[in-house]
Design a protein around this ligand. Structure first.
Ligand code: MN
Length: 394
């Protein structure tokens, strides 16, 4: 049982609340429906209902990659549900919804699925980090560097989203994992909250507020309403790993993440462990180990180096063999000559010719020296050719 809460509010200007939320540990999600005449409500609820049926599959997936794939499937299923509903019922046409979902797996591993401009934040004492990208016109302009954050906040198209569930049979889903540290909070919210409340205020209220999480969410929603409440406001928060988790457990979590290749996430998101002295007030028998900084692997750990080396060795061997291999053959003019290289396809070049007609050789000589195309050294092949010439003269 992890601390968590969810709150959804119609806001000050709208008649309906078209947002929906899912607060079902270990799955947490928000959906912001659009479509007017209450169709947005249908879209957001339908998306979350569909998503919820996939929770078990994500939680019990064999590993992180399988869990991410299961999350992507869940969001695609939600899209199909919203899309199919409107092709069956004309009254629902034009509905769509955002979806931002998090599933917490053991060890603080969080699987995220995301489409649209709702957001997932990771809040810690170190600050707020937006884990999702806004699929909106303004979000894309920001990411491409064409506008700055100040312009974005005032942009007239800041509510226009570029990806949503419902309009198409298919949708591109952001699905990924992240790791949270002890005491970190996940916060999923609709744009009705992020529009009016600054990142620093989220941290101040939820991480540093010192009150139960439902009280913190009520405070944030009230703040958004005080500042206009121009849209529906929804916030869902959960704390996957308690803040008093021991240093040892934390290191286990870290090693698991490093093994899973999540080193980057770990270093950016796990704050320093409180020392054992601080935590217990007594001298510890053993100091918790400092987690190792993720480092780039040494050069010999790169697989491609070994493949390249093996390739070079093989190529060298082939070239050496080629330059030192000679064989006798019957040329097109019926004369016996020496070629250098391999007696296959065109992997040889003429080296020496002779006036010996192959037809004049005894069938035994012809068979064993010319037709066999046996590989010889250079001196050996020349000696053999001279010997055949002598035999013929005799
Ligand atoms: Mn909204």
């Amino acid at each position: 049982m992890m601390p968590h809460a969810g709150l959804s509010d119609v806001g000050m200007r709208r008649e309906h609340n078209e947002d929906a939320m899912l607060v079902a540990e270990p799955m947490f999600a928000v959906a912001d429906g659009v479509g007017g005449s209450a169709r947005g409500e249908v879209a957001s609820q339908l998306a979350l209902d569909t998503l919820a049926t996939h929770a078990t599959r994500i939680v019990h997936a064999a590993d992180c990659a399988a869990a991410i794939a299961a999350m992507e499937q869940a969001v695609l299923a939600a899209n199909a549900a919203v899309h199919d509903a409107q092709s069956r019922d004309a009254a629902l046409q034009g509905m769509a919804t955002t979806l931002t979902a998090a599933v917490v797996r053991p060890g603080g591993e969080v699987i995220v699925g995301h489409v649209g401009d709702s957001r997932l934040y990771v809040l810690s004492a170190a600050g707020a980090r937006q884990a999702t990208q806004d699929h909106s016109v303004v979000g894309e302009l920001l990411r491409s560097g064409r506008i700055d954050a100040n312009t974005a906040a005032q942009h007239p198209q800041r509510n226009v989203i570029t990806r949503a569930l419902g309009p198409e049979t298919d949708v591109s889903v952001d699905a990924f994992s992240l790791l949270v540290g002890p005491g970190d909070w996940l916060l999923a919210c609709s744009d009705g909250l992020s529009e009016h409340v600054a990142d620093a205020e989220l941290v101040a209220t939820i991480v540093e507020g010192g009150e139960p999480i439902d009280g913190s969410l009520a405070r944030l929603v009230a703040l958004a309403n005080e500042r206009g409440g121009t849209d529906n406001i929804t916030a869902v928060a959960a704390q996957p790993v308690p803040s008093d988790v021991s240093g040892e457990l934390r290191i286990e979590v870290l090693s698991a993440a490093l093994d899973a290749g999540a080193a980057e996430t770990v270093s950016s998101m796990v704050p320093a462990a409180p020392s054992a002295v601080e935590a217990s007030g007594e001298l510890p028998a053993l100091q918790p180990m400092a987690p190792e900084e993720p480092t780039t692997p040494p050069w010999w750990r790169h697989e491609w180096i070994w493949w390249t080396a093996a390739g070079l060795v093989l190529a060298t061997a082939i070239v050496l063999t080629w330059t030192q291999s000679y064989f006798l053959l019957e040329r097109a003019d019926g004369r016996v000559g020496i070629n250098r290289g391999f007696p296959v396809w065109r992997l040889s070049t003429p080296y020496r010719s002779s006036s010996i007609a192959a037809a004049e050789l005894s069938s035994a000589d012809r068979e064993s020296y010319v037709e066999s195309k046996r590989l010889l050294g250079r001196a050996e092949s020349e000696k053999l050719l001279d010997q055949l010439a002598e035999e013929l003269d005799a």
